[in-house]
Design a protein around this ligand. Structure first.
Ligand SMILES: [Zn+2]
Length: 250
């Protein structure tokens, strides 16, 4: 008999499996990223179906070796509704981002709480939601022990608006330091809007109402984080939900 555990978890994603079952990806407060099979759940009434972005207390049988947890019981502890489609799509981006993280067991709770506060913040937000996702990404980068300060120039190390970055190492530079660089082939000059978002990213919540996000600024910032991820984690950051969200902007 496998061990029975109870955990508080946020549902990241669900996929139908066979005629009646559901495969669930969840982020548990104690368990971290887990895959769960809920057998026969789709034959029950809707109230039994686990929904993405909600929190549940789950009772699970642990797998023997890296397989799927088996759902025994669930009880809804927090339901999250998003009226605005952009906020909802942004919330899904955060959930997908969490699925990609390799989280060490002493950090499960931190990631769980980070995601919870991100999802809760978006519920009542009446401003551009996407920068809140970039802030989440920035916080995860910090939890990974990387030093990304999008308001400090990599050249002079002063707190100044960034002017450009080099794509191969995703280092940001102020205007003066950019001009002192031996012109690298992969320099990207930032738009004013992107530079402003980077400068305020740590406290972006205070600036959301001033921002006018265009599709090109969004792609620019997503590309920067993609380049940063590739340079530091040697893997690409491809989120399907982020491409969906980009399409909601013109
Ligand atoms: Zn500088």
């Amino acid at each position: 008999m496998n061990k029975l555990i109870k955990d508080q978890a946020t549902i990241l994603n669900t996929h139908p499996y066979s005629d009646s079952s559901l495969i669930i990806k969840a982020l548990g407060k104690e368990s971290g990223n887990i895959d769960i099979i809920a057998k026969g759940i789709r034959k029950k009434s809707d109230s039994f179906i686990l929904q993405a972005l909600n929190d549940y207390e789950l009772t699970l049988y642990t797998p023997r070796e890296g397989g799927l947890h088996l759902l025994k019981e669930s009880s809804l502890t927090k339901e999250r509704h998003y009226q605005n489609p952009k906020n909802w799509a942004t919330a899904l981006c955060g959930a997908e981002l969490m699925q990609k993280q390799l989280i060490s067991s002493d950090e499960h709770r931190q990631y769980y709480e980070l995601l919870s506060s991100f999802l809760d913040y978006l519920i009542g937000l009446d401003a551009e939601p996407l920068p809140v996702f970039w802030r989440l990404l920035n916080r995860i980068i910090h939890l990974q022990g990387l030093e990304l300060k999008t308001c400090i120039c990599s050249g002079c190390e002063e707190q100044k608006p960034e002017y450009a970055y080099t794509k191969h190492d995703a280092q940001l530079y102020c205007q003066e330091c950019t001009h002192n660089l031996i012109p690298p082939r992969d320099l990207h000059i930032l738009s004013e809007e992107a530079a402003r978002i980077f400068f305020h990213l740590d406290h972006i919540g205070n600036h959301l109402n001033e921002l006018k996000l265009s599709k090109s600024t969004i792609q620019e910032i997503n590309d920067f984080f993609g380049d940063y991820y590739l340079a530091h984690n040697r893997k690409t950051l491809k989120l399907k939900s982020l491409s969906v969200l980009e399409q909601l902007y013109v």
